[in-house]
Every structure is written in structure tokens, then in C-alpha cells.
Design a protein around this ligand. Structure first.
Ligand SMILES: C[S@@+](CC[C@H](N)C(=O)[O-])C[C@H]1O[C@@H](n2cnc3c(N)ncnc32)[C@H](O)[C@@H]1O
Length: 350
């Protein structure tokens, strides 16, 4: 039975109905600098002083703050505004600000076309907001700088916070050659070459990303041990280089549909020898400890629908493990709680 009263349910429903407006109210308060001002004034600051300091009309400040105060983003004491714990997270917590900017810059406009994207199984939001690319990945190197920044900040934040723990797992058996599929800007490959003086890395990614990665690794430690293999893993003929001890895929397979994942893993299998380990690092919705993480991942799934590609998602491990099985690989080990919310699956040939 539902443990919620009718009144509470009605209020929760209104939060959803007006959610986009509440989001933009907070966004405006951040952009005009009001939330920062409130945070900086330890004794609190009046609406009039915020209006003077931001150059925004008293009407504008009051209409925004009325909602922010109701949502407890801001607290009012003796007619002075003070930042609340929620408000503090919205402007000072790195995870929250990265999620917030990602939603505003990358997702907001496209989200309006979610229903169309679901019906057509295409990222209609991407087409309407940014242009006629098949997927966001082909668009990445050409998007306006502020949008690229919000996308990369979001993408990197989650993997970056896991890379240190992941290094210990990946280098346990001293691999000599690692293939980094979906290597993006080369961050993980550089991390590996600075961690170990001998390891050789091969980055596989779309041609546009490979040129970004080449620029990014220039003159960095171990860049001479990184080679590149431009490849569209959705093409009919996938070829991957052999002789790697580890085939690493971080936040990569969630960019594809179930059918595509099986096809890619089958291609990966052809590049494996008996001792090759496939290591898959993902944020699985059913492996999360905190409701905030699970909520974020369900929302991220929908970003994949209307912006990224129209057919992928953040998968639950319960269904993802079946795809690995269907591709003819076995999960030999599961490492949970890597970084903020990742799991690493070690897979081998049967
Ligand atoms: C979400 S990012 C993950 C980047 C990085 N591995 C990390 O953990 O931060 C996915 C990467 O997969 C690449 N990718 C997406 N579709 C691809 C395709 N069809 N073929 C090759 N690479 C692809 C993207 O260009 C991007 O670099």
C-alpha cells in the first residue's frame, strides 16, 4: 500500500507539474548572482539590497525569491535572506552544480521533445536543440563551447571520481597493453600511463573524439605510449586490434541499445585471447546506495533518449548481465562501490 496521504500526493504532483519553472527560478537566481550574494552575507541580506547589488528590479528579486523561500532554497529571518542547506548544495556542491548545468545547457531545450523521441526512437531533442546529428557523440567536437563544457564536466565528473579506485583494480595483475574503448579525451589513458611506466594504451573512439584526444594528450606524461584507433563501433564491419591484456570500457556501453551492446561485445570477443580480461565500468541503477544517485540515473537515462541517441539508457545490472551472457562472455568478478556510484565488471571468455 502507498504510504502517502491524499494531500501529500497532491503536493508531490504539483512539484512535478511546476518542476521546470522552479528549476528556472533557481537558475535565474544563480545567473544574476543573487544566491552567491545571499551565501556571502553571513548576517543575511534584504530583498532591497539584493536588488541594488544585482541591478535587478525589486519586482524581479521578490518574484524569484518568493518561490525560492517557499522551496527552502533560501531562509528569511528578520526580513533578511540567508542561504539554506539546499541552497548551499545548489551553488557549492560540485556534483549538484555539474548536474544542474548539464540539465540547463545540454538537456533543457531538448527535453521538451522527449515524447517524440520515445515514439520515434530517435534523439529528436538533439535535432531540435542542436542539429541533425545521429547521436550527440558525433556532434560533440562541434557544439558551442559552453555546451561542450557542461557535457564534458558531467561526463568527466563521474568517471574521474572513480579512476583512482579503478587503477588499483585494473593494474592488479600488471597489464602491459590496455585498449580503452570510448577513450574520449584520453583522460583515463593518461592516468594509466602516469600510474605505470611501461603500460601501452590504445584509444578507440569516433574520429572527431580521436582528434580531440590527440590534442589533449600532447606533451603529457606517457603520451608516447598512447596509440589511436579511430573506429565507429556502430558500423557494419567493426574491427578491433588484438593482443591487449585488458579491454577497458568506462561509461561506454550505456551509449548503446541492448542489441548494439551485444554486437559490440561480440566484436570485442574476437579481439580477445584466453588471458584477455574485459573490464566494464558502469553506473547501474540497481547498484546504488543513495536515492539521490538512483534518481539522477533514471533522469540520465532519459537524456540518452532525447539528446544522446534515442535508444540507450543507464542499465540495471540485472538486465545488463544478460547482454554479456548473450555475447558469449562470463562475468568473473564484480567490484561494487567504485568512486561515487560505479561498478566494475570483470569479464572473460567462457
Ligand atoms: C560517455 S563517454 C565516456 C568517456 C570515458 N570513457 C569516460 O569514462 O569518461 C562515451 C564515449 O564513447 C564514444 N562513442 C560513442 N559512440 C561511439 C561509437 N559509435 N563508436 C566509437 N565510440 C563511440 C564517445 O565519443 C565518447 O567518447
Amino acid at each position: 500500500m502507498e504510504n502517502i496521504s491524499v494531500l501529500e500526493a497532491k503536493y508531490e504532483a504539483q512539484k512535478i507539474a511546476f518542476g521546470p519553472i522552479a528549476f528556472q527560478a533557481v537558475n535565474s537566481l544563480i545567473k544574476i548572482g543573487a544566491l552567491d550574494l545571499i551565501h556571502q552575507s553571513r548576517k543575511g541580506i534584504s530583498d532591497e539590497d539584493i536588488s541594488k547589488k544585482t541591478g535587478i528590479s525589486i519586482y524581479g528579486i521578490k518574484v524569484l525569491l518568493d518561490l525560492a523561500r517557499f522551496m527552502k532554497v533560501v531562509l528569511l529571518e528578520n526580513n533578511k535572506n540567508k542561504i539554506s542547506k539546499i541552497g548551499y548544495f545548489l551553488i557549492k556542491d560540485k556534483l549538484t552544480t555539474i548536474n544542474f548545468n548539464f540539465v540547463n545547457d545540454v538537456c533543457y531545450e531538448g527535453a521538451f521533445y522527449l515524447e517524440d523521441s520515445i515514439r520515434e526512437e530517435k534523439p529528436i531533442g538533439l535535432h531540435k536543440a542542436f542539429g541533425q546529428w545521429d547521436t550527440i557523440y558525433e556532434a560533440l567536437s562541434e557544439l558551442p563551447e559552453n555546451i561542450r563544457k557542461s557535457w564534458f564536466d558531467f561526463d568527466h565528473y563521474y568517471s574521474d571520481t572513480s579512476f583512482d579506485s579503478a587503477l588499483k583494480i585494473v593494474f592488479k595483475n600488471n597489464p602491459k597493453k590496455i585498449m580503452d574503448i570510448g577513450g574520449n579525451t584520453g583522460k583515463w589513458s593518461l592516468k594509466c600511463t602516469s600510474h605505470n611506466n611501461d603500460v601501452e594504451m590504445t584509444i578507440v573512439d569516433l574520429p572527431g573524439q580521436i582528434s580531440t584526444a590527440k590534442k589533449n594528450i600532447l606533451n603529457k606524461t606517457g603520451a608516447d605510449r598512447i596509440s589511436f584507433y579511430p573506429q565507429n563501433l556502430l558500423s557494419d564491419e567493426i574491427s578491433l586490434p588484438g593482443e591487449h591484456d585488458i579491454i577497458w570500457m568506462s561509461q561506454f556501453l550505456d551509449c548503446f541499445s541492448e542489441k548494439e551492446i551485444i554486437k559490440i561485445l561480440k566484436a570485442v570477443k574476437t579481439a580477445m585471447s584466453a588471458n584477455t580480461k574485459v573490464m566494464i565500468m558502469e553506473t547501474f541503477v540497481d547498484c546504488q546506495k543513495y536515492p539521490a544517485a538512483e534518481f539522477s540515473l533514471h533522469n540520465t537515462s532519459l537524456y540518452f533518449t532525447f539528446i544522446a541517441n534515442g535508444n540507450s539508457r543507464m542499465y540495471p545490472l540485472s538486465s545488463f548481465s544478460k547482454l554479456i551472457e548473450k555475447a558469449g562472455l562470463v562475468i568473473s568478478k564484480t567490484h561494487d562501490e567504485v568512486g561515487v556510484s560505479h561498478t566494475i565488471l570483470e569479464c572473460s571468455l567462457p
